[in-house]
Design a protein around this ligand. Structure first.
Ligand SMILES: [Zn+2]
Length: 277
């Protein structure tokens, strides 16, 4: 197999690992590696099916304890897989979502709540009201950006800036939250429309995000306990909705409709997404 670091194509077998996997060595850069190097399987004894169950269940809103019971994997293994996959999902988003063609950008926020925990230092945990802001390409339903935070101008600025890196479109449709008005009016090229009707498609996406992510359901008692975990989940869910989730009526993923890929991705594509070379 080619070297995952320098792409040199003549690598040699180099003994076995303590778990019995084949090890390789690259004569060019001297790196040793196994065939799971640079995937979330590296140094984890989990199968492809176990990874699929953990990640899919997490995106459907199953609790972390529930995932442990369903998969038979330990709680810590589940959490560590989700964190590793979330990092991959972020890299997929950074690397694959660009120059998105759309006639308009829709932005909306979902309210969530991060439970206050005792025995935590203030700097270790952000608690209380928590907003998840999303921007969507209206033409194809692709999520351009998602941010977690308090409902402040900082959240609006982060969402607008990260969205502008993904598309040249300058037409924004938002709800009446004044944060968008203050942020978007500083850019002369932006056209900004405020309406409940224009953000309908996003609200539908939010609806299905909410349906499938139990922890974000309003009025449910499955609040995320840790702010950082909400960010981890959001990164994973965004890539799930863009690349894996097939729209039941259209029969395609948002990434297909945005011409970023020719077919639906699987969890395996995210788990093994190359971050090297
Ligand atoms: Zn190499």
């Amino acid at each position: 197999m080619p070297c995952p670091l320098c792409s040199h194509d003549k690598t040699y077998k180099h003994g076995k690992t303590s778990k019995g996997s084949q090890r390789y060595r690259c004569p060019n850069c001297k790196q040793t590696f196994t065939d799971t190097f640079d995937t979330i399987y590296y140094r984890r004894q989990v199968s492809q099916e176990e990874v699929r169950i953990v990640l899919q269940s997490h995106c459907e809103g199953t609790s972390l304890r529930g995932i442990s019971r369903i998969s038979g994997l330990s709680y810590n293994t589940g959490v560590s897989l989700i964190r590793a996959a979330s990092q991959k999902a972020q890299l997929v988003h950074n690397g694959e979502v660009s120059s998105v063609d759309t006639d308009a950008i829709a932005a909306d926020e979902m309210w969530s709540f991060v439970k206050k925990q005792k025995h935590c230092l203030p700097e270790e945990l952000e608690a209380g009201d928590c907003w998840i802001a999303l921007s969507l390409a209206q033409l194809n339903g692709l999520i351009l950006s998602g941010r977690v935070g308090k409902r402040t101008d900082k959240l609006a600025i982060e969402l607008v800036t990260s969205t502008q890196g993904k598309t040249d479109c300058q037409e924004w449709h938002t709800d009446g939250w004044s944060g968008y008005e203050r942020v978007l009016c500083t850019d002369d090229e932006v056209e900004h429309y405020i309406s409940k009707i224009l953000t309908q498609r996003l609200e539908r996406t939010n609806g299905s995000l909410r349906q499938q992510t139990g922890r974000w359901h309003r009025r449910q008692n499955k609040f995320g306990k840790v702010w950082e975990q909400t960010k981890v989940t959001l990164r994973l869910v965004i890539s799930y909705f863009n690349w894996i989730w097939v729209h039941s009526r259209l029969g395609t993923t948002a990434a297909q409709r945005a011409d970023l890929t020719s077919q639906p991705w699987t969890w395996q594509d995210i788990a093994t997404y190359s971050t090297l070379c």
